[in-house]
Each structure stands twice: as C-alpha cells, then as structure tokens.
Design a protein around this ligand. Structure first.
Ligand code: NZQ
Ligand code: ZN
Length: 389
C-alpha cells in the first residue's frame, strides 16, 4: 500500500426528512446564500423544505447555475455576496451546483498575490485557495461525490477546469434519497455510471496490495451493478432502499476513502472532459464511451486488476485469462447500456473526423501523460478514441 493522509470532516446527514437538520447545522447568526440550478428544486418540494428549515435564519438566493457550471455565471454571485455581506453558502442541487458553490465560496474571499487578485487565477493558474466561505450541501443527484470532497470543475469557453482545496469541502451534506425520486431516467443513469467510473478510476490500475481499498471498491461496484438498473425498472423505481444504496455508493465512491493509498488513473475523466467541452455531452455519457476503450487499450498494463475485477465483481472464473478479461469488458458495456448511456462515439453521432479536435484539445490542456503510469500520451489517447468509434 502507498503512504497516505486521509481526513474527511464532512458531516453526513443521511435519510428521509433530514433536510430540516440544516436549521441546526447553519449558525443562526449566519447570512446565508442558497445557491441552486435551473429550478428542479422548486418542482420537487426541496426548495420549500429548505426555506421552512431556514425560517429563523437570514437568507438570500442565487439561482441559474447550469450543468457544467460556467465561470461567468458563478462570478455573478459575487455581487449579492458583497451587497448582502453573505458569510455562508448553502448549495442545493447536483454536482454542478455543489461544484459551482465551491468556486463561489473560494472566489468570495480570494486574496491573490502581489500581481493579481482575480479569482480566475484559482482556475487558470491553479493558485491555491487560502480562504473560503463556509459551505453546506443538500444533494439532489447522487453522482459526483462533490458533497463530501474538495473538488470542483468549472467551465469557461468550452474548457473544463478542475480545482481542489480542503477549504471548499462542505462542512455538512444532507443526503435524503427521497429527493432523488424526481430525477429523470437519463439523470439516474448518468449518476450511477459516474459513481461506477469514479470507483474504477481508483481501482483498475495495478495492485499495491491495498486489500481494504480493493474490497471497498468491489463492494461499491457490485452495489451499483445490482441497484442501478432497479432505479430504472418500473416495479422498483420508487423503492427508497434502492435510492439510498445508490446515493451512499456515489458519496463513498469519491469522498477520498477508496483512493487513499492506491494508484489512481483518471484518464477516462480527462478524455471525457474534452468530449463535454467540445460537444456538450453529459459528463457520465462521456465516461461510458471512453472507459471500455481504456480497458481495451490498456489491458496489458491493467491485466492483473482486470482479472481481479472479472472474478470478484462479475464472478467470471471460466476460460483463459484473455477470455475472462474480454467477458468483463463486455459485461461492463452491457451494464452501461442497461443504464441507458452510450458506449461508442457513433452512439452520439461522432466519428473519426472528430478525433483530431479532441486530441488537439488534450494537448492544449496539457493532458499528455495520463493514467496511473503517466503513459497515456496523445498517441495513446488517439488510440483510445479510435477504439471508442
Ligand atoms: O439545475 P436543476 O434544475 O437543479 O436540474 C438539474 C440538472 O439539469 C437536474 N437535477 C438535479 N437534481 C434533480 C434534478 N432533476 C430532478 N430532480 C432532482 N432531484 O439534473 C441536471 C444535471 O445536474 P448536474 O448537477 O449537472 O449533474 P451531476 O450531479 O452529474 O454533476 C455534473 C457536474 O459535476 C462535475 C462534472 O464535470 C459536471 O460539471 N464533476 C464533479 C466532480 C467532483 N466535484 O468531485 C467529479 C466528477 O467526476 C465530475 O467531473
Ligand atoms: Zn465523474
């Protein structure tokens, strides 16, 4: 196992009816900015629960954070933060809203250096965040793990730029599975697949004998494989136990636990971000296209873990090694198809003519040595995209 430091201080409030705990989690003296997206929280009663819980607090609101949150939108929140002396941010929504709230919280107190105090530097120059407003999250879409990690991805001019700081990790998160009942099938599929791929990025590398991490990851993968399709099937769609298991899996997949002390890949995500940036494809739908191709192109480097994945996650024990790996990759694709997401570029009407652009963008963004070994060069990324045609 590799050395690691692990600390995850986000307090999780899990289960039906937990939204009301925000009345105690947020100090009564706080001046709260509720941030949300395009309005799904008004349709499913979450907004009402939030304002009921904050009846004794002083609060304001900022809405309109779009999927793949845009820098320009997030900077608009700074006006109300200054005008109303906001000192606490409450994010209510999916990963985009939580990520957006993190940038808003960091930008509000950004001091910069002698040269510049422009919050854009947090993204463009990866300037460290030294202060941020306190932040809490009510999650409505289980997928990203953003509710209990310090990561955020912001988009500007079609480029997705991540930043990360322990100071923007939410102090608390509310995970009420009932709020996920209003999700569309597309968003359910996206969420399950995103959580699945987060787990794979931290698992399907090479062995460092991290038995705890491996078995946690295998448990998450199996849970998502079992429960994901139930959240789409008419008979089990409204089953709150299904939703609860998916929700907790998605949080656990990217809260730092399973990735501590093991090598991590993230090439699927980095290549996927270019598909979102260039063509506006939903985050998870880029991953479902890229991951099977990464498994195929990197099968020699990942052989040991692919065999472990085949046996422990898919229970494949028959056949020679190559046949078992082929079967595991095919079953992964079948699972994605069951979740309603694409598995080939052709499924989203892209083809070989689009690969140059994607490779150029990877180069522009410095994504020239991806993967757990840093050996996914631009040529290998091209091979992966070609395999995904
Ligand atoms: O905006 P509203 O009206 O709320 O609608 C949203 C949005 O249109 C809707 N939605 C959310 N909860 C709902 C709901 N609709 C009905 N009922 C509910 N309960 O779903 C749509 C998509 O929401 P979004 O937040 O964009 O989805 P997701 O949670 O998948 O987040 C994707 C973003 O997270 C980033 C991605 O890059 C992308 O920008 N990621 C963040 C990560 C992190 N912070 O650690 C890691 C991930 O790998 C990912 O990169
Ligand atoms: Zn993701």
């Amino acid at each position: 196992m590799l050395n690691f430091n692990f600390q995850n201080p986000t307090k999780i409030n899990f289960g039906e009816g937990q939204i009301e705990v925000i009345s105690k989690e947020i100090p009564l003296t706080a001046r709260v900015l509720i941030v949300y997206g395009g309005g799904s929280i008004k349709g499913n009663g979450v907004y009402q629960q939030v304002i009921d819980a904050l009846a004794k607090h002083t609060w304001f609101e900022f809405s309109g954070i779009e999927p793949n949150p845009k820098y320009d939108t997030l900077m608009k929140a700074q006006e109300i933060i200054k005008a109303e002396n906001i000192d606490y941010i409450l994010a209510v929504g999916g990963g985009s809203v939580v990520d957006g709230a993190k940038f808003i919280a960091a930008a509000a107190l950004y001091e910069g250096n002698d040269e510049s105090n422009d919050p854009w530097d947090i993204l463009a120059k990866q300037q460290p965040v030294t202060k941020a407003l306190p932040l809490g999250a009510i999650l409505t879409l289980p997928a990203t793990g953003s509710e209990s990690n310090g990561n955020s991805v912001v988009t500007r001019d079609g480029t997705k730029i991540p930043f990360s700081s322990p100071l923007v990790r939410p102090l608390f998160a509310v995970l009420d599975p009932t709020v996920t009942l209003s999700l569309s099938d597309d968003q359910i599929g996206n969420g399950v697949v995103d959580a699945f791929v987060h787990t794979i990025e931290q698992y399907l590398t090479y062995s460092v004998n991290g038995k705890v991490q491996d078995r946690f990851s295998e448990g998450l993968l199996q849970t998502l494989i079992e429960e994901g399709p139930k959240a789409l099937a008419a008979e089990t769609k409204d089953d709150l136990e299904v939703r609860a298991n998916i929700m907790w899996s998605a949080t656990m997949a990217l809260n730092g636990l399973i990735g501590a002390g093991v090598p991590q890949d993230w090439s699927t995500h980095m290549i996927g971000h270019e598909l979102t940036g260039a063509f506006g494809i939903d985050h998870a739908r880029t991953l479902s296209i890229v991951l099977p191709a990464v498994m195929k192109v990197k099968r020699e480097q990942k052989r040991g873990k692919l065999l472990q994945y085949a046996e422990r996650v898919w229970h494949i024990t028959d056949g020679d090694e190559d046949a078992r790996i082929d079967k595991a990759i095919a079953l992964t694709e079948d699972f994605f198809v069951k979740m309603g997401v694409p598995v080939r570029l052709s499924d989203i009407d892209l083809g070989s003519k689009d690969i140059d652009l994607l490779v150029d963008r990877l180069e522009q963004h410095g994504m020239t040595a991806l993967g757990e070994q840093g050996d996914i060069t631009l040529d290998v990324s091209r091979e992966i995209l070609t395999k995904a045609l």
